[in-house]
Design a protein. Sequence first.
Length: 279
Amino acid sequence: MIGAGLCWSTGGIFVRNVAMTDAWEIVLWRSVFMAAFLFAVLAWWHRGAVWSKIAAVGAAGVLSGALLACTFFFFILSLTRNTAANTFVLMSTGPFFVAVLGLVFLGERVPARTWMAMAVALAGILLMFIEGLDAGRSIGNLLALGVPAAFAFNVVVLRKMHTSVDMVPSVMIAGLISIAVALPFAWPLAPTARDLALLAPMGMIQLGLGCLLMTQASRYLPAGEIGLFTLIETILAPIWVWIGVGEKPSELALAGGVIVFGALAANEWVGFRQARAGG
């Protein structure tokens, strides 16, 4: 999950450098490259059995892909109807969504240390974005909450199905669904060669590899841990934009990032100590 968070966190650098202004066209092209990347990975892993592996995910794979695609759409729609601060703060409630749904549908109990880490991390994220919060954008706020809700249900599906089938093809399916939905809104297309050169790694690495790593991590990590690790994206994204574009985060944002990182690190350290003591 650390690798997934690292990949996802680079999105801001690509978006800041793309001249394309149509959000739907950005969604479309990065989904094209994501789907192509996942098909190439599956073809490499499974050689002649790639189509049977894709078919094996069945309805659960389509559901997982649809839920993942929904996170893309809710994110874009929220940004068009909300402040970025509101969107990112509300998205950061994801660990709570994942933990609760994991408990209800999977019976995965969340340790007290993880609940505490979630609460501290959420406080840190509020500090990071507090200067841009706006309480009066209800539709945008609901759309932003749709991102962690859809992500949480997807984690439940992945955790349920991974015991019987490889769910990586569901990431490619998410790309195909995203292409089908975004195309009517993005048409007519007007990409430049420079934009495509940036959107290709954005689709393949930032989105495709990130989602692939998250899907693989769901084999081994309980839902609550997966949700908590997604916050890596939130704390690293401003740092990469600062390094790559020169947009320096505020002192509050940096302080909040330190709090979030500390909460994640403390949760893993305590878990490691408890595992060693129990072993």
